[in-house]
Design a protein around this ligand. Structure first.
Ligand SMILES: N[C@@H](CCC(=O)N[C@@H](CS)C(=O)NCC(=O)O)C(=O)O
Length: 208
């Protein structure tokens, strides 16, 4: 049995989505964030020393990192992995890493700077500039294509869904400014497996 340690309103939502797309049996253990700090509760540290989500338990192995979890699930079950054509395959590897490696860091920086209130004000504009630089690139990549690696949904799309959803909550007029990203997210949200994952994971602030 697969166990997903799932923090509310977090990256681990996309692991539930992949598990639903794969039609696998799994158990969700849901954790609430601390209402003041928004950090994960201490119970998660009992499962893994980093205390962050997602954490997957499978066949007595406990492991972390969304990209690694999704790549190994895709590989083991022979679906949603890299496409066979070499261009699509390169894009798959690129976006599996890009989501956490390049797109999320400025979004996280904005979250921190906003928490600082007045102290963080001077940093908001430059960080917003970094975010828009990434989003302009992503918008261009999605123009004329349904999914990041070709005609079919892959794990790379699922990896990209979370930072793009989170960007929507931090950037005003996100949907109007980036119509290809908006259409991409609508396609993600319309999938029955995405909706089933939402039902399994509980309330999720970013699917609107
Ligand atoms: N790169 C890691 C990031 C893990 C991570 O930072 N998870 C966040 C969830 S969005 C978390 O657990 N935050 C709560 C905390 O830091 O206490 C991954 O993709 O799995």
């Amino acid at each position: 049995m697969i166990i997903v340690h799932h923090l509310e309103n977090s990256r681990s939502q996309r692991i539930l989505w992949l598990l639903e797309e794969l039609g696998l049996d799994y158990e969700v253990r849901r954790y609430a964030r601390d209402p003041k700090t928004m950090l994960a509760p201490p119970e998660l540290r009992a499962i893994h020393p980093l205390g962050k989500s997602p954490i997957l338990e499978e066949e007595a192995v406990t492991y972390v990192e969304s990209g690694a979890i999704m790549a190994q699930l895709a590989e083991r079950h022979g679906r949603f992995g890299p496409p066979e054509d070499p261009v699509g395959a390169r894009r798959w590897h690129q976006y599996m890493h890009y989501a956490e490696g390049s797109l999320l860091p400025p979004l996280f920086a904005m979250l921190v700077v906003r928490k600082l209130g007045l102290l963080g004000l001077p940093a908001r504009k430059p960080i917003a500039g970094r975010i828009h630089e990434q989003l302009r690139f992503v918008e261009g990549e999605l123009e004329g294509r349904d999914w990041f690696c070709g005609d079919e949904l892959t794990a790379a799309d699922m990896m990209m869904s979370f930072p793009l959803e989170a960007a929507g909550s931090r950037i005003d007029d996100m949907a109007a400014t980036y119509p290809a990203i908006r259409r991409f997210l609508e396609r993600c949200h319309a999938r029955p497996a995405y909706q089933r994952a939402l039902a399994r994971g509980g309330e999720y602030a970013y699917a609107g």
